[in-house]
Design a protein around this ligand. Structure first.
Ligand SMILES: NC(=O)C1=CN([C@@H]2O[C@H](COP(=O)(O)OP(=O)(O)OC[C@H]3O[C@@H](n4cnc5c(N)ncnc54)[C@H](OP(=O)(O)O)[C@@H]3O)[C@@H](O)[C@H]2O)C=CC1
Ligand SMILES: O=C(O)[C@@H]1CCC=N1
Length: 279
């Protein structure tokens, strides 16, 4: 299987680390990015082929992953369009960009509608990603299977029928690793303020997240019950959770997740409209 990546930044690097040598040899992965240093790192690490501009090797691939910032997507599709027209067969386009809608991509790509819009996350780097995915009308069964194979190589996949839900996936699991890291940082900082060394505190916070997340993942019981088992009556956890309730932590997290979803929709509106027209 030949896969091309347009954009070789953070998320592409996480996906390539999970894919190269597993689903396909690194030499079958072609990466385009203007940054020669980033390309050299990917080549040295995974044996991928590289180019600084979109070339024929991109359209020779069965799958083209669009992994640029949403703001770069229009420019990239304009560069891709002439090459797509001369490709021997229509490749599957997989977009991982937040906000950008499949209909806009299809329009920018001259009506090409073999598009899977998906939202992975950076734990893909260690094969523990989760990806929400939606297929547009022109995606064949074989191409859907292909997209699933690619994203399953870096974790689990969840197919959705309704593209608008991708903004919710983005808000929960796409951006989610950052919320977890934020929580780990805050807990570790507090532990240091309580007298632990930074190393001790960080190790405790990280191991607690790993252990609790794994316990929740492996358990059939409700997460609320797992939480209650930690919470001894009148004990320390009760004191902490009461403080969180009083501080509005739950609603603040809900508001943060909704802000991410709203930003996804806003990016789609802002970037999807034709220049010079209202969005
Ligand atoms: N980071 C994450 O956790 C996740 C990101 N995503 C999505 O993935 C996409 C990429 O995000 P991320 O990897 O974080 O961003 P990065 O900025 O790290 O990567 C984007 C890369 O694309 C390059 N680029 C810009 N223009 C072009 C072009 N014309 N042709 C080829 N490459 C180009 C950029 O180069 P330069 O920097 O020189 O402009 C950069 O190296 C975004 O759309 C984002 O929404 C989705 C899920 C999770
Ligand atoms: O922050 C962002 O916009 C991207 C999308 C999901 C994770 N990172």
């Amino acid at each position: 299987m030949k896969i091309a990546f347009i954009g070789g930044g953070n998320m592409a690097a996480a996906l390539i680390a999970g894919l190269a040598g597993k689903i396909t040899p690194g030499a079958n992965i072609h990466v385009v990015d203007p940054n020669a240093v980033a390309l050299e790192r990917l080549h040295a690490g995974h044996g991928v082929t590289t180019a600084t501009t979109i070339d024929a090797a991109v359209t020779a691939a069965e799958v083209i992953v669009l992994a640029v910032k949403p703001q770069s997507m229009r420019e990239v599709t304009a560069q891709l369009l002439p090459l797509l027209g001369s490709a021997a067969r229509a490749p599957l386009i997989v977009s991982i960009a937040a906000g950008i809608r499949a209909a806009d991509l299809s329009r920018w790509l001259g009506g090409h509608d073999a598009i899977v819009r998906c939202m992975p996350n950076t734990p893909a780097l260690i094969g523990m990603g989760i990806t929400g995915m939606v297929a547009s009308g022109g995606v064949s069964t074989a191409q859907r299977t292909l997209a699933d194979q690619v994203l399953q190589a870096v974790g689990t996949t969840m197919w959705l029928d309704d593209e608008t839900l991708i903004d919710a996936v983005t808000a929960v699991s796409g951006s989610g690793p950052a919320y977890v890291f934020y929580f780990i940082e805050a807990m570790a900082r507090a532990g240091t303020e309580l007298g632990l060394t930074p190393e001790q505190s960080l190790a405790l916070a990280k191991a607690t997240f790993t252990g609790a997340a794994e316990l929740a993942a492996r358990s059939d019981e409700p997460v609320a019950l797992l939480r209650e088992r930690v919470t001894s009556k009148g004990g320390t956890t009760y004191a902490a959770l009461t403080s969180m309730e009083q501080g509005g932590v739950g609603p603040a997290i809900a508001a943060a997740v909704k802000a991410a979803a709203a930003r996804g929709r806003e990016l789609g509106d802002e970037l999807g409209h034709e220049p010079g027209t209202a969005s």
